[in-house]
Ligand binder design. Structure first.
Ligand SMILES: [Zn+2]
Length: 697
């Protein structure tokens, strides 16, 4: 019971205000099972009565049952208590112990601060405290710190025990379907053969298709179900068969237990405070990458796949992701575009997407990320049919047995080089270890009294150890030697396969998806860059080797229709001495053809002369030729009239009279007159010189 020393702190004005009794248990299980503690907490009502509070002034706050005291978030009762104390309605706060009120120092200190300001007493099982008094406040603060520390020790002890068990692989989890614990507690394959078979089927189908969704489709089309074994409870060990879902397949593919590996720490939970009127703490569980898993015990129990296969599956699933198209290839899809998912833009480095022409067959590779994300212009778009053909050809050529022999020979060289590099690394590491040992021996040899020397030697030793660590880390990040090695059996198998490949590729039963999958086994990605007349294709093979290709761009429609340059040059050469129909006949004889095909006609030649500005027909250029002269040297009626200094009608008369040689294609068409210097000199009407003289005088 309370000592009188403490009870004297209760004054009548405390009794006039209310006494708040705070009741809390951390978890619902405690509320259910640990009823003794709850009863003791409710007994505090009697304590308050004994201390002198009238019954109507005692308020029990028990709405925080099942909430941890680690934070005030979600504890409405505690928040109500704090506000009541702040408003000065409380004479005392009663709780069994400090830890019931708060396990966090920040919450606790805030409460005693407010209690001190509003002259509220704090009562626990041991006594009555007045937070306004320094000694009491010190004691209360210390109790709060201990309460938080207690929670920390509790946690770390539990976690430590858990980790120790996990280190030995003895921390048991609910086993995934297909694995179960035997009577001795060892994880084994499920004794039910049907369960084993259905799990193996998932891994087999994924191995062939590289797609979790294809596995789901396979199960759905064949009306197959997938089992779940109940864990705990009434139906412990019973099997329930249900349709397979995508999420289930992903869980299975991501679970290393199927590779016979014991892993602890695949996820990490981070808590965060959700803002709002009533802040809430929310845990967020994140998957950790396999390289960062803290505890990995290889070959801990039998499995369905190997560890290498597990890692390969993770890589494939990673590749299938579409949420970051810049980083991942994406799964193989049904469309005809061969390079879907592995095509990169040579201008900006982003992944290009696939569209189709309205025919639904011809693919177009588009770099439209800048356009879709930032409303900028499309980087480049390229028609894909020729590119697909070129890449497929390069792929099949690379797979030809003779080509493969060469490649395998190159691989031998790479292998030899890799061995050399690896040997170098081994020597380097060995040397670093030797130097560290030496430094250690030097440090040990020095007399302890000789402190200055010992300190510098210790520093030296530490540096050598750090150097070893750095080297080992660097060595670990390098590609492993085994990645370069090809066994003789593998070599033979590759050569045999290569002979069958073109047949498989061209067979009508091969789907676009299968071809793409084949291609991806060898080709990592393809970079496309549009140049002036061609597309530069950079093939990057899985071995990181590069093969450049140049695929000519298809001609634009106006280029296809354009008159060939040779024809224009020929017309230019012929024009000074030939009429248009003569030129047309000559071009046809020489086997030349206009841009659109067919035969040259007079009108077509005329059009060419008009378009390319060779109407003057003079090889010296337009300036050297008089106006109105055509290709064969004949003059128009107007030009002839000017040259002869007569009217156009006179020219017509002279033509009709046979004085001039005038050609007229149609009865009322233009006349083309042949003029020689002699004719001009003979017929030219002299200028009326004397008139000019009369006018000027
Ligand atoms: Zn681009």
């Amino acid at each position: 019971m309370l000592s009188p020393l403490n009870a004297h702190k209760i004054r009548p004005d405390h009794l006039d205000r209310q006494a708040f009794i705070y009741v809390r248990q951390s978890t619902l299980i405690q509320v259910r099972d640990n009823t003794g503690s709850t009863a003791r907490q409710y007994d505090l009502v009697q304590r308050a009565l004994d201390l002198g509070w009238p019954r109507e002034h005692i308020i029990v706050i028990d709405q925080d049952q099942g909430h941890s005291g680690a934070s005030i978030a979600g504890r409405d009762g505690f928040q109500f208590l704090v506000s009541e104390v702040g408003l000065g309605h409380a004479g005392a706060v009663l709780s069994l112990e400090v830890s019931r009120l708060a396990r966090s120092c920040s919450d606790w200190y805030r409460l005693i601060e407010i209690c001190a300001l509003s002259d509220t007493l704090v009562v626990d099982e041991e006594g009555v405290y007045d937070p306004g008094q320094y000694n009491d406040r010190l004691l209360l603060g210390f109790k709060g710190t201990m309460s938080e520390a207690e929670l920390h020790w509790l946690r770390s002890r539990l976690l430590g025990g858990k980790l120790e068990k996990a280190q030995k692989g003895q921390l048991h989890f609910r086993p995934p379907t297909g694995l179960c614990y035997d009577p001795v507690g060892q994880l084994v394959l499920d004794p039910d053969q049907q369960v084993q078979q259905v799990v193996r089927l998932i891994f087999d189908v994924f191995d062939q298709s590289s797609s979790a969704l294809v596995v789901v489709k396979h199960f759905a089309t064949h009306h197959l179900l997938f089992p779940t074994r109940s864990w705990g409870g009434l139906h412990q060990g019973e099997l329930t068969w249900q349709p397979l879902t995508n999420g289930r397949v992903l869980t299975i593919l991501h679970n290393p237990a199927y590779a016979g590996v014991y892993v602890y720490g695949r996820t990490r939970t981070r808590t965060r405070l959700l803002p709002g009127e009533a802040p809430r703490i929310k845990g967020r569980t994140r998957q950790i990458r396999p390289v960062d898993w803290p505890i990995v015990l290889q070959a801990a129990h039998p499995g369905y796949i190997t560890w290498e296969q597990f890692l390969r599956n993770q890589q494939r699933l990673e590749d299938n992701r579409t949420c970051h198209p810049e980083e991942h290839r994406g799964a193989v899809r049904e469309g005809l575009a061969l390079l879907q998912g592995i095509v990169l833009c040579g201008l900006c480095g982003r992944r290009m997407s696939v569209r189709y022409l309205p025919d639904g067959v011809t693919p177009i590779y588009v770099c439209a990320q800048l356009h879709s994300q930032r409303a900028e212009t499309t980087c480049q778009s390229l028609r894909g049919d020729r590119l697909d053909t070129a890449v497929a050809q390069a792929f099949l050529e690379a797979m030809q047995p003779a080509q493969l022999e060469v490649s395998l020979a190159t691989l031998d060289q790479i292998e030899a080089r890799a061995r050399q590099v690896d040997h170098q690394w081994q020597l380097r590491l060995e040397r670093a270890h030797y130097e560290a040992d030496l430094a250690q021996r030097r440090f040990r040899a020095v007399e302890p009294e000789n402190r200055l020397v010992a300190r510098s030697l210790e520093h030296d030793w530490n540096e050598k150890l750090a150097e070893i660590e750095r080297l080992e880390h660097e060595y670990a990040t390098l590609p492993k030697l085994t990645a370069y090695l090809v066994s003789p059996e593998e070599r033979q198998r590759i050569l045999t396969l290569a002979q069958d490949l073109p047949t498989v590729w061209q067979s009508s039963t091969a789907t676009a998806a299968e071809r793409k999958q084949l291609l991806r086994f060898l080709i990592k990605d393809v970079t496309l860059t549009r140049c002036e007349t061609s597309v530069h294709v950079g093939l990057r093979w899985q071995t990181e080797a590069l093969t450049p290709l140049d695929v000519p761009l298809p001609k634009r429609s106006y280029d296809i229709r354009r008159t060939p340059v040779t024809v224009v040059e020929r017309v230019c050469a012929l024009a000074p001495h030939h009429t248009d129909d003569q030129i047309a006949a000559l071009l046809n004889q020489e086997g030349l053809a206009p841009g659109l095909g067919g035969q040259f006609t007079e009108s077509k030649v005329k059009w060419i002369r008009y378009t390319y500005d060779i109407s003057t027909g003079c090889p010296q250029g337009p300036a050297a030729c008089p106006e109105g002269q055509r290709g064969d040297g004949r003059y128009s009626a107007r030009a002839a009239a000017q040259l002869l200094n007569v009217n156009v009608s006179t020219i017509a008369d002279w033509c009709n009279a046979g004085v001039l040689d005038g050609l007229q294609a149609a009865p009322h068409g233009p006349r083309w007159i042949k003029l020689t210097p002699d004719i001009i000199a003979q017929l030219r009407k002299p200028e009326p010189q004397h008139w000019k003289r009369c006018l000027s005088t």
